[in-house]
Design a binder for this molecule. Structure first.
Ligand code: MHF
Ligand code: KIV
Ligand code: MG
Length: 348
């Protein structure tokens, strides 16, 4: 049961120091009422906090992360107890069919976030801040991030890149109470600058810069960092330099966790267009695209040959008595063709 508002004020009033009073109030609120009061199910809430990620990291358990873009994919990811579910701006490519992640809008991302948050009950939900939402000013970024949490139902946001501007953005987001995941290495939103989806950290100076960026992002308050398309030894250097979990994609085995795009992991996209954007570091754990193609052809063939739906998949029945009246009524109204088609049906 939620405490009545009068309890809040009584407790606050009775404290001599308002700062102490607030801390005391929060502590006693937490222990006395537990999160069950706020979220309905304390077990589920516990599982969705950052704590589980932190605990796994500290225990040395590898973290798993997968992207999802809608309700049904979110359920699949969630049911497998994947730790982190990322609503990636890769949706721009795998869902919307663009060649890069640049065109997807904040509004489109929010649709994906809302859909995913309805399906996922356990995973920690992270939403990518799309290109164009943080390049101009922090005000803009803050508004986008707040919408991703408030309207999209995410638990945290992810933003790409390092350097002074990003570090200051991460600080501002943290000040606003928003958990941030960093993302360095191949940051697809910089495809224009990179001139393609080019692997990063392939010379010593660039590799050192990445280590520095990771440390800066950690110090700014990121709870985790995605490392994309880096040599294994560069990921290892980064991972050992920070005390927050690194999550790799095409970044070798030395990170604290791995992330893959849903469709890549499932071998969803067998279409030639996707062959060109399914990176070579993706392991396909199934050939779902082939399963879909085969099912489509099977359905088409069944309809063409009359196998589907057949009696088995035609569940709605007019009882014999009603059918006879139906025929009579049709005849009375002069619908002779309709009547004989019902009769033919009866005799078949
Ligand atoms: N389906 C999908 N999977 C992803 O992992 C993914 C996306 N889409 N979209 C957003 C980014 C883009 N990513 C990519 C895309 C292509 C390569 C790739 O093929 N790189 C080549 C070099 C290409 C070049 O030099 O132009 C490579 O050799 O790694 C890598 C990462 C990773 N992300
Ligand atoms: C590949 C992951 C890390 C991502 O940012 C995305 O899917 O958008
Ligand atoms: Mg992304």
């Amino acid at each position: 049961m939620m405490p009545k508002p009068s309890h809040f004020y009584a407790r606050l009033k009775s404290s001599t120091n308002i700062v102490f009073g607030r801390a005391h109030f929060l502590q006693s609120f937490k222990t006395k009422y537990t999160y069950r009061n706020l979220y309905g199910n304390a077990d589920l809430f516990e599982k969705t906090t950052l704590k589980i990620i932190r605990d796994k990291y500290e225990q040395g358990t590898a973290l798993t992360a997968v992207t999802a873009y809608d309700y049904s994919s979110a359920i699949h990811v969630d049911q497998a107890d994947i730790d982190i579910l990322l609503v990636g701006d890769s949706a721009s490519m795998v869902i919307h069919g663009h060649d890069t992640t640049l065109p997807i809008t904040l509004e489109e991302m929010l649709v994906h976030c809302r859909s995913v948050s309805r399906g996922a009950k356990k995973a920690f939900l992270v939403g990518d801040i799309p290109f164009g939402s943080y390049e101009s000013d922090d005000e803009h970024l803050l508004k986008a991030a707040i919408r991703i949490l408030k309207e999209g139902g995410m638990h945290a946001v992810k933003l790409e890149g390092g350097g002074n501007l990003r570090v200051s953005s991460v600080r501002k987001l943290n000040q606003a109470g928003i958990a941030v995941m960093g993302h360095i290495g191949l940051t697809p939103q910089s495809v224009s600058l990179f001139g393609g989806f080019r692997p990063q950290g392939n010379n010593a100076r660039a590799a050192v810069r990445l280590v520095e960026q990771a440390i800066e992002l950690q110090d700014a308050g990121c709870f985790s960092i995605v490392l994309e398309c880096l040599p294994d030894c560069v990921s290892a250097a980064i991972t050992s330099s920070v005390n927050i979990p690194t999550i790799g994609i095409g970044a070798g085995s030395s990170t604290n966790g791995q992330i893959l795009v849903y469709h890549d992991l499932l071998g969803f996209l067998q279409h030639p267009h996707h062959a060109k954007v399914t990176p070579k570091f993706c392991k396909q754990y199934a050939q779902v695209g082939k399963v879909i193609n085969d099912a489509m052809l099977h359905f088409k063939n069944d309809v063409a040959t009359g196998v589907f739906p057949g009696a088995l998949f035609s569940p709605y029945i007019l009882k014999l008595h009603e059918r006879e009246i139906f025929v009579e009524l049709l005849k009375k109204s002069g619908y002779y063709e309709a009547a004989s088609s019902v009769e033919a049906f009866q005799s078949s």
